[in-house]
Design a protein around this ligand. Structure first.
Ligand SMILES: [Zn+2]
Ligand SMILES: [Zn+2]
Length: 245
């Protein structure tokens, strides 16, 4: 099942890549930044995976499980229902944590993600180590609360990766506005990346936009999609950006 999900992820990435060519929100050449993105994302992903493996080890997971688990009653519920509830809980936590990362005290750990100038499906993987660590914790708590086994956690991880491709896609999707009342869509998330302060404090969600609508941080607009995003990151500043301090 895990391998099938992985193949679906690659096909999904390819599908978005091809469709970005045909039906894009903004016009730019993805290959202008692809080299930088590939190097930077490979380094940060390896670093993140290595450190996360050390930090999110069995002892830590057991500790989280002992605090948050709903216990035996949950086991009789179907796996798909538990996974769905875990993702909803995790996603609410993500929303809160993402807002926290936008506070001045935390901004250095998050600004690497906001440095992308041309946003397309692959570019959303640009995150610092600290950002990756902090933002995973709410989902981790959700999975431990609902007794999700390791195989299903891996599948959920691939789903979250697909969502990252989706929300950063430079894709003019026909039902974007309609979907953005419940889910995060490419145009909805694009506004979150705009540098202008009028909109930069909006659209914090990852899977569901309901949290943004509920807490009045949602902006659905077509005026901002082509506005300036990101900032140039020099090679000198890169090590600090990758770690996130
Ligand atoms: Zn952000
Ligand atoms: Zn983003």
């Amino acid at each position: 099942m895990y391998y099938y999900s992985f193949i679906i992820l690659i096909l999904f990435g390819l599908y978005i890549h091809i469709n970005e060519n045909k039906n894009s929100i903004e016009d730019f050449n993805r290959f202008d930044t692809l080299k930088f993105d590939l190097i930077v994302i490979s380094i940060s992903s390896l670093f993140v995976l290595f450190i996360l493996d050390l930090l999110l080890n069995e002892i830590f997971i057991k500790f989280v499980h002992s605090i948050f688990s709903f216990g035996e009653i949950i086991n009789s519920w179907p796996a798909w229902l538990r996974l769905l509830i875990a993702l909803i809980i995790g996603d609410f936590g993500y929303y809160l944590v993402h807002r926290f990362l936008h506070l001045p005290i935390m901004w250095n750990s998050h600004k690497f993600h906001h440095s992308t100038i041309n946003i397309y499906w692959f570019s959303g993987l640009r995150t610092s180590f600290l950002n990756s660590l902090i933002i995973r914790i709410p989902y981790l708590i959700g999975f431990q609360m609902l007794e999700i086994n390791n195989e299903n956690i891996a599948i959920a991880g691939i789903l979250l990766l697909s969502i990252n491709f989706w929300i950063h896609a430079n894709l003019n999707f026909k039902y974007d506005k309609f979907l953005s009342y419940i889910f995060i869509t490419p145009k909805f998330h694009r506004i979150h990346h705009v540098n202008d302060q009028k909109v930069s404090g909006s659209n914090f969600g990852n899977i569901f936009s309901i949290w943004d609508h509920l807490f009045k941080t949602a902006i659905i607009s077509y005026e901002w999609h082509k506005s300036k995003k990101g900032e140039f990151v020099s090679w000198k500043k890169l090590p600090r950006r990758i770690i996130g301090f």
